[in-house]
Design a protein around this ligand. Structure first.
Ligand code: SF4
Length: 737
């Protein structure tokens, strides 16, 4: 029989870029993946992760069948069961726990954005009566900034127009390694000397080497630098008076606040020179248009994290770079076409189904008020008035992981008896791994379900492990969680391997077993996609063929509609923060642990540690398996150390080195580089070793090189607005193994 080859137009979900890819399928098997040149957003781009997708998909360790624990947690004894048995048993246990402890006893944890149906999880939880007890690394990875944007401008302002900008500030992100599609735009423009770039990072990264200025500040002091820039811009009259007068609220209060952040003072805090601070502020404020393109490093500094983003939003506003070509566009929900709009996530979530008295029980709602129901209800009021649809619940409503973990162990404010980890490996991403391990092995946790592609350290500790379909085995249809007014499409390339299922089916089938009949009308994700585009006047085939829908760019939308905030303006002085009991203006606070805040620790831990270094081709804790080609390129975890510091510690390049903080120690391999400050060391994030022993206590080496053993998760040292914890700016010592 002649073999049959098809080319499917898929949307990659190995990372957030969602590149449009062409997947070559021969006799039902993926044989090759390449970039789709006709894709309106990614225009043919593909990275090493994308090209290796066939090896990833057909790796022998991929999970294909539902598993039920047959021994003790972590013992590695599993029984293969059917989906029906798994779902029946999980539903029955959940029903019993709900009866005994209330619907709030369930916690959902998820990992990095690996599917487009967060709305399905939120819908399930609302129908179950759960107060959105959801936790995820989003709290230290963009979601906190996103929520700050909502409070200050009523929408999202974190996308940059890199095509037209004349000055790009790349703040806390190494674009060459992590923001590949954005780097692709900048790379050519930098080469043509068409754009100035300022990189802000303690490490002179591969990206920084291309920049006009690299500001190597002390980790965790970013808010001080941002406030110093605002000081220079106001004092030197470099701000956009017209925009400030017409479209901002609280300029005089801001002017007073930043008087304390003189270049001299900020130089003392950050370790930069006064000249670097003044020169960079002038470059950003006077090169028009300019944009700030952020990475996630500043989301991970604990106490002061959200104030960095608050100050960055203020910078964009007072320099007149907000919602202008070449600046930072303001985006809202729902692509519109032919008089209709894409069906938003918020329209699918059934928020009204969760009773108000249940909402009040969300863990952390009394403490981190911006990213829980007290904040969401205020933000949503203005959002709805402006955009005509509600804001989705699925992201600004997150529970801080340190509280979730403690609720399992201490049963406060109430018992968390069940957890569903959905494409999530908290043993790797959550701070204070030892406590996470204690929670996941605690008898208080009566039910733990993991949905995954692979057996992971977290999955090893679960009661049920269910195999998930990947982006190659399911379609894509999204507006990126209602963040953007673009719509992405992608085709299912192959049927799921073995008995893998897409996560939509999991939530639907579980819901149907728990009395949610009538609320899950779509049989497949393709049917969901057709529903979501049903108001746009195009067919599903055309949607897939185009790969994405782009609106005509529209700028300065505020001139017609204002901003969706209580004052209708950009709130330099936040009335929403004030209403929630927080300081309405930005300020600088030392990281939870630092040479200034905790000098008593310096003798024992004399170096500043930043964890969470990302590198291609890994993505967070993923792609560690041998046999795909990625680990072969980057086999060991690396800690970056300045040669002078290494010499002082008797460490040579390639030595295994212990990194120790007050919370524990791990080992990584020394990479000596002059690109890092001598007082700073930087460790790579999320290392585990799938080739090592799966069973406890090894758990794939989860406790050997995992930098989250070093991080701080004390709830009192988390950011008070959102509960984000601290991975950067810690104190440590290093020594040879
Ligand atoms: S993994 Fe690579 S190909 Fe896939 S979306 Fe990300 S950048 Fe694009």
């Amino acid at each position: 029989m002649a073999s049959r080859t098809e080319v499917k137009k898929a949307g990659c979900h190995f990372c957030h870029n969602n590149c449009g890819l062409l997947v070559h399928v021969q006799d039902g098997k993926v044989v090759k993946v390449e970039g789709n040149r006709d894709h309106p957003i990614s225009s043919g781009y593909i990275c090493a992760r994308g090209t290796k997708a066939p090896k990833w998909l057909y790796h022998p360790e991929q999970l294909k069948y539902p598993l039920k624990r047959a021994g003790k947690r972590g013992e590695g004894k599993w029984e293969r069961i059917s989906w029906d048995q798994a779902l029946d048993e999980i539903a029955s246990k959940l029903a019993q726990l709900k009866e005994d402890y209330g619907a709030e006893t369930l916690m959902v944890t998820e990992g990095t954005y690996r599917s487009d149906h967060f709305w399905a999880r939120t819908r399930f939880l609302n129908l179950f009566g759960n107060p959105q007890n959801i936790t995820c690394p989003g709290i230290i990875c963009s979601m906190n900034c996103y929520t700050i944007n909502l409070a200050l401008i009523g929408s999202v302002n974190i996308i940059s127009d890199l095509f037209n900008t004349k000055c790009a500030v790349l703040w806390g992100g190494n674009h060459v390694e992590t923001f590949l599609t954005r780097w692709r735009i900048l790379r050519g423009r930098i080469r043509n000397k068409d754009v100035k770039t300022i990189v802000i990072d303690p490490i002179k990264t591969k990206t920084a080497k291309h920049a006009d200025m690299c500001l190597q500040l002390r980790p965790g002091t970013d808010a001080a630098l941002a406030l110093g820039w605002i000081n220079v811009i106001i004092e030197e009259n470099l701000y956009d008076k017209d925009f400030v007068d017409k479209w901002t609220h609280g300029f005089n209060e801001l002017r007073e606040r930043v008087k304390a952040y003189t270049p001299r003072k900020v130089a003392e805090i950050t370790g930069l020179t006064k000249e670097e601070i003044v020169e960079s502020a002038r470059l950003y404020a006077t090169t028009k248009p300019a944009c700030i393109d952020r990475g996630v490093a500043t989301d991970q500094i604990g106490l002061n994290a959200t104030r960095v983003e608050q100050a960055r939003v203020i910078l964009k506003a007072i320099t007149g770079n907000m919602d202008v070509p070449g600046g930072n566009p303001v985006t809202g929900p729902a692509f519109k076409m032919n008089g209709g709009s894409f069906v938003c996530d918020s329209e699918l979530e059934l928020a009204e189904k969760c009773p108000p008295e249940q909402r009040q029980k969300q863990i952390g709602a009394d403490r981190y008020k911006l990213m829980t129901f007290p904040g969401w209800e205020i933000l949503d009021k203005y959002f709805k008035k402006h955009y005509g649809v509600s804001h989705p619940q699925h992201h600004p409503l997150l529970v801080s992981m340190p509280l979730a973990i403690r609720a399992i162990i201490d049963e406060k404010p109430y018992p968390i008896k069940a957890m569903i980890s959905w494409a999530s490996n908290p043993m790797m991403w959550a701070a204070n791994t030892k406590l996470v391990h204690e929670a996941l092995t605690h008898p208080n946790l009566e039910l733990h379900v993991v949905l995954e592609y692979w057996m992971t350290p977290t999955a090893q500790l679960a009661d049920y492990v269910l195999p998930s379909a990947s982006w190659l085995e399911r379609p894509l249809c999204t507006t990126f969680e209602d963040w953007s007014d673009l719509a992405w499409a992608g085709e299912r390339s192959v049927e799921p391997l073995g008995e893998r299922r897409d996560d939509y089916l999991f939530w639907k089938e579980l819901g149907l077993r728990l009395g949610q009949k009538g609320y899950w009308p779509w049989e497949t994700l393709e049917e969901v996609a057709e529903y979501r585009i049903s108001r746009l006047g195009i067919s599903y085939e055309e949607f897939i063929d185009r790969g994405g829908l782009l609106p005509e760019p529209e700028f300065r939308k505020y001139e017609k509609t204002g901003f969706s905030t209580p004052t209708g303006k950009v709130e330099l002085y936040s009335t929403i923060f004030e209403r929630l009991g927080y300081d309405p203006l930005p300020y600088y606070e030392e990281p939870p642990e630092s040479p200034v805040r905790t000098p008593e620790l310096l003798e024992q831990y004399p170096l500043v540690l930043t964890t969470g270094i990302k590198f291609m081709p890994m993505f967070h804790s993923e792609h560690r398996q041998l046999g795909i080609g990625h680990r072969e390129k980057h086999p060991d975890p690396l800690v970056h150390i300045h040669p002078e510091t290494a010499r002082n510690h008797g460490i040579k390049d390639g030595d295994w080195v212990y990194i120790e903080t007050a919370r524990g120690r791990i080992k990584q391999k020394a990479n000596l580089t002059e690109d890092i400050r001598p007082d700073v060391v930087a460790s790579e994030a999320s290392w585990w070793f799938p080739e090592k022993q799966a069973e406890a206590p090894s758990l794939f080496g989860a406790l050997e090189s995992n930098s989250n053993i070093l991080t701080i998760d004390d709830p009192d040292l988390c950011d008070p607005l959102v509960g984000s914890w601290c991975n950067r700016g810690l104190l440590c010592k290093i020594y040879k193994e």
